[in-house]
Design a protein around this ligand. Structure first.
Ligand code: NDP
Ligand code: 8X3
Length: 253
């Protein structure tokens, strides 16, 4: 029986590239996201290679998440890897200019959504036991502060600490947990963050060499396919052309 990977946010960016990477290796795919037409396209693309189950899912809806997991068809229930990838940043402006709704959306998606999916899928991973894995997509923003990071960075700090704490509880179960923390990667991320500003997205990536979705998919695949006795706790990845900067100092004008 082929291994099953469950990917959230498979309609774009890292999630879609990860679906393709696992399909190449013969894994069965459970793909979810809110945009049904994209899920159908991906299913059409990949189902010639491997079994693909798609489900329209908003990770913020705990009941819908549980129902989707309960309703998984035969052949997709023995989940070996959960890739908690669905997430977003909103409002690159300073905290004092951001609508409360945007903060709530990030918390509801990046924290509550990730917790909803983990709670629903965990029993299946425990049944798989040895070799199972949870790969949570955090961010460099969860470790390093920057202007405009406010709730986004804080939500990814949650992802890191939740991943570490899960490790503590799951130590004897065979289920491994990793926080993958990418830096700048060209996906629809900036388009979403700027609410559809294509010029801002092009400016963000066009004059440097960002990571690609495929770069991160390769790391996700690597982590989930290590020998059973190895757990990478956290993997932080930046493009070579990205690094930290100096402290900000407010000076007299
Ligand atoms: P994309 O915007 O390209 O993809 C985000 C994915 O998340 C989409 O498939 C989207 O699907 C899904 N998603 C968003 N909200 C929800 C929701 N409520 N329910 C279900 N799915 C949802 O961005 P990336 O691929 O870059 O982002 C993937 C992850 O990587 C995110 O967690 C992001 O924070 C993180 N990340 C991104 C970095 C980057 O520079 N690109 C760097 C570090 C981390 P749909 O809209 O169809 O629901
Ligand atoms: C996204 C990476 O550098 O925009 O998580 O915060 S960054």
């Amino acid at each position: 029986m082929s291994k099953v990977v469950f990917i959230t946010g498979a309609t774009s960016g890292f999630g879609r590239a990860t679906a393709r990477r696992f399909a190449e290796a013969g894994w069965s795919l459970v793909l979810s996201g809110r945009r049904e037409e994209r899920l159908i396209e991906l299913q059409q693309e990949l189902s010639a290679k491997v079994p693909v189950h798609i489900a329209v899912l908003d990770v913020r809806d705990a009941a819908a998440v549980q129902k989707m997991v309960d309703d998984l068809p035969e052949g997709f229930r023995n989940i070996r890897s959960l890739i908690n990838n669905a997430g977003l940043a909103l409002a690159p402006e300073p905290a004092q200019k951001v609508a409360l709704e945007d903060w709530h959306t990030m918390i509801d998606t990046n924290i509550t959504g990730l917790v909803n999916v983990t709670h629903a899928v965990l029993p299946k991973l425990l049944e798989t036991g040895k070799g199972a894995s949870i790969v949570n997509i955090g961010s460099v923003a969860g470790e390093w502060p920057y202007p405009g990071g406010h709730v986004y960075g804080a939500s990814k700090a949650f992802v890191k600490q939740f991943s570490y704490n899960l490790r503590c509880d799951l130590i004897a179960t065979g289920v491994r947990v990793t926080d993958i923390a990418p830096g700048m990667a060209e996906t629809e991320f900036t388009l979403v963050r700027t609410k559809g500003n294509q010029a801002a997205s092009d400016a963000m990536y066009g004059t440097t060499t960002p990571l690609s979705a495929e770069d991160i998919a390769e790391q996700i695949f690597y982590v989930a396919n290590l020998p059973d006795h190895i757990n990478i706790n956290r993997l932080e990845i930046m493009p070579s052309r990205q690094a930290w900067s100096s402290f900000a100092v407010d000076r007299d004008k």
